[in-house]
Design a protein around this ligand. Structure first.
Ligand code: SF4
Length: 311
């Protein structure tokens, strides 16, 4: 169990739509129903479908209260992180608590694999935005890309997301992560588009690799190709995020802690961090150099630049 049930993030991938976001991670690092080849948080260490109280719900609420009572300048509290948030049985209680006591919107970024379960669906009813992902609509590609827990089948997942859309009153955005050579082939795109039309989300978001994935062979899709793929999903509106719009979350954390909290969740370049935290690159670079020398972070070089990760 992690020391702190909450982690702070500074604009997740969906931040173009979600605005300034407080990220809440309810399960231990890389506890997930999937082990996606493109996961930017690394390989899943606990592949499970067990729904339980991974961290005490009351502790999460207490910690959230200590932050939200300060009226931080944020638009949304986002349940996401480096694992699957609906694995936590207390997510509904936590969402309801925030809705009853604060003015912030709530978003849940989920891999959608547990929405076949009516208790899980009910827990998310009070969220304002739910973003389930669906990266494949054929069983073989689903297994290749997402390497699911043995109990999961694709049809059940698609039906679960569609059922949730029928019952849920908020905004539902279906996220599809495109991995070139795997799910961008014509039959795969057609199957994905058919599944999306069955689910009837308000919008589809086509996503692509921004940071190194779990498997080295995963390549970044070209934005120009995503624009072509968007046409498959007619009449559903499709978003293609550009460079994520990071904004500073005004919490009273020292810069060093904000940097560590960010790279613990997602490896980042100096430029990513400087932009997301609203600081000069040389200031961020200096702190990262110190942290590297202290053995707290390490870096590795990728096509997009030098990425720093917390050890
Ligand atoms: S991308 Fe999301 S669903 Fe896939 S392994 Fe990572 S945390 Fe789990």
């Amino acid at each position: 169990m992690r020391e702190k049930p909450l982690q702070y993030c500074f604009g997740p991938v969906q931040s173009r739509r979600l605005g300034v976001s407080l990220g809440v991670d309810l399960v231990p690092h890389k506890t997930c129903t999937l082990n996606c080849v493109y996961c930017e948080c690394g390989r899943t260490t606990l592949l499970t479908d067990e729904i339980k109280e991974y961290v005490p719900t009351k502790d999460v609420i207490q910690e959230l209260d200590s932050i939200l009572r300060q009226n931080p300048l944020l638009d949304v509290v986002t349940f996401s992180g480096s694992g699957e948030p609906t694995l936590h049985s207390g997510i509904g209680t936590i969402i309801d608590h925030i809705k009853s006591n604060y003015r912030y919107k709530i978003a849940v970024l989920t891999n959608g694999t547990l929405l076949w379960n009516k208790d899980v669906r009910r827990r998310l009813y009070n969220a304002d935005i739910v973003v389930p992902s669906l990266d494949a609509a054929t069983e073989s590609t689903f297994k290749k890309l997402c390497r699911p827990h043995i109990s999961l089948t694709l049809n059940t997942i698609i039906e679960g997301i569609a059922q949730f859309k029928k019952e849920y009153g908020g905004l539902l955005i279906l996220e599809i992560f495109i991995v070139p050579g795997i799910n961008d082939l014509l039959p795969e795109l057609q199957a994905l588009a058919d599944a999306a039309r069955f689910i009837q989300p308000h919008r589809v978001q086509l996503n692509y690799l921004d940071r190194p994935g779990t498997e080295q062979w995963v390549k970044k899709a070209r934005v120009v190709d995503l624009t072509t793929y968007a046409k498959f999903f007619t009449p559903i509106p499709v978003d293609i995020p550009g460079t994520p719009l990071y904004r500073v979350l005004e919490l009273s954390l020292p810069l060093k802690e904000m940097i560590l909290a960010t790279i613990e969740r997602r490896p980042s370049t100096v430029e990513d961090l400087a932009y997301s935290l609203g600081k000069e690159t040389h200031i961020v670079e200096k702190i990262l150099d110190e942290l590297t020398q202290q053995g707290i972070v390490k870096y590795y070089d990728e096509a997009r630049g030098r990425f720093y990760r917390k050890l």
